[in-house]
Design a protein. Structure first.
Length: 460
């Protein structure tokens, strides 16, 4: 079965002779999507859910070849690659269940509750699909973040055009193939491959698009300026702050700083990207973090190394630029900076100050700055002064203080005594300011990919 899957994906590429779609092909894809959506919207909700459950099962059944692609395409450690696919199967099933629950509910209103009206109008409203959803996931979760857009769109009766990331496209095609094997018509869910820089504008400004769900870098800001009047769901990265107070459990904080900062080599929007530690405990925290960093393995994703090569040379160069800037401006390096090609060894940079780029910019790599602060307010101020506002976390044994700090941090989510994370996938997930538009998570995504339609019965 796995061989058949790999063969069919290869056929997809060979039949095109090139892995990049032309504008004519894109036009045809949108035409087919529009036609398929009209039919799909008429398929009963329970049947749509049934098809999603099938796709979830197939995805899990084919986890091995998909995980193998993730290892080879985006250097995801083998264990994490398998978890990504399994998590995606669970996400699809949950979406099917949640879709049945929330899309079967409508609203019934009578008119005489509004001043000046008699009870002669009855309003029935329900949720209907938007049409064609353009889904653009990033390289770091080419399966999971694709599925988190595709499944809510499909259960709500939409068609989907998926633009997989250039690196991660093969894993994405495997995943789409599972949906097709589950019975979803090809026109209903299709893939447009090609470089974002070449085909991005054509896609996002295409008149056939009725909704855009994008996860990625600041390209999202450009998309939101160019897109026409369609609902947008955007997640554009973060600079998640980790505030560690004097009464924190420092072993717990250190474990979360390392897990949050270095898993998948820091290439997660929700990675810990700056540690704000109260001066009195900073030395102890830094030494605990360093002890854990020393145990991280560096190498190949096939061998399940903790730290693997970052996604591209330009990404590695960008990270190096941040490191050099911090060095020149007098930061303390806790480890020697080491890079071979795109492989960068984990680095903790202490005594970072606000004048350094590393204090504000997102490395998307295994490099983590520590800023020493005198008060929690200073940490909150640093967090709120950044244009990124995805998540953040605070470590303290005082729950009252934690809640007050969470209220004061102007960011999408604050985790108390744990590293930032998007999951579980049904939790609301949103970025403020330059980190995004709208809220994701299964329920919010289903709602976002629908519009309200009313019918009013006028009684004589
Ligand atoms: O980087 C994208 C963001 O969605 C991260 O997700 O699950 O690693 O917290 P997660």
């Amino acid at each position: 079965m796995e061989d058949i899957l790999v063969w069919e994906v290869c056929q997809h590429f060979e039949s095109r002779h090139s892995s990049a779609c032309t504008q004519e092909e894109v036009n045809k894809i949108f035409e087919s999507a529009k036609a398929a959506q009209k039919l799909w919207a008429k398929v009963p909700l329970w049947k749509r859910a049934e098809a999603l459950h099938k796709a979830a099962a197939l995805l899990k059944e084919h986890k091995a070849p998909m995980a193998e692609c993730l290892v080879k395409e985006v250097a995801k450690p083998a264990k994490d690659a398998v978890s990504e696919v399994v998590r995606s199967g669970d996400l699809i099933s949950y979406t099917a269940e949640e879709g049945v629950r929330i899309l079967s509910e409508g609203k019934f209103l009578v008119s005489d509750s509004f001043p000046g009206n008699e009870r002669n109008k009855l309003c029935l409203s329900s949720k209907i699909p938007l049409g064609v959803v353009l889904a653009i996931p990033p390289f770091n979760y080419p399966v999971n973040l694709a599925v988190s857009k595709i499944s809510p769109a499909l259960i709500a009766g939409n068609a989907v055009v998926l633009k997989p990331p250039t690196q991660g496209a093969v894993a994405g095609l495997h995943m789409v193939h599972c949906f097709h094997l589950a019975g979803f018509p090809k026109g209903l869910l299709s893939c447009v491959t090609g470089k974002g820089s070449e085909i991005g504008d054509f896609l996002t400004m295409h008149p056939g698009v009725n909704c855009i769900s994008f996860t990625g870098g600041d390209t999202g800001i450009a998309i939101s300026k160019k897109a026409s009047m369609v609902p947008l769901q955007m997640e554009l990265g973060g600079k998640d702050a980790c505030i560690v107070l004097e009464d924190a459990d420092l072993d717990l904080a250190a474990a979360n700083v390392v897990k949050g900062g270095y898993s998948y080599s820091g290439q997660r929007c929700t990675a810990v990207k700056v540690v704000l530690a109260i001066e009195s405990i900073a030395d102890e925290l830094v030494s605990k973090v360093n002890a854990k960093i020393a145990k991280l393995t560096v190498g190949l994703p096939e061998n399940n190394a903790d730290i693997t090569a970052v996604v591209s040379e330009s990404s590695a160069n960008f990270i190096e630029g941040l490191v050099e800037d911090a060095k020149e401006k007098g930061a303390t390096f806790c480890q020697e900076y080491r890079r071979e090609g795109n492989l960068i060894w984990p680095l903790l940079v202490d005594h970072v100050r606000p004048g350094m780029r590393l204090a504000w910019e997102e490395p998307f790599g295994p490099v983590l700055p520590v800023i020493r602060i005198s008060t929690a307010e200073e940490g909150i101020h640093h967090c709120n002064a950044n244009n990124f506002a995805l998540q953040g976390c605070v470590f303290t044994r005082d729950i009252n203080k934690a809640i007050l700090i969470s209220n004061a941090m102007e960011t999408g989510t604050v985790q108390i005594n744990s590293a930032p994370a998007r999951g579980p996938d049904h939790f609301p997930f949103q970025g403020l300011r330059d980190s995004g538009i709208g809220s994701q998570g299964i329920t919010n995504s289903i709602n976002m990919m629908t519009k309200v339609k009313s019918t009013v019965i006028n009684l004589p």
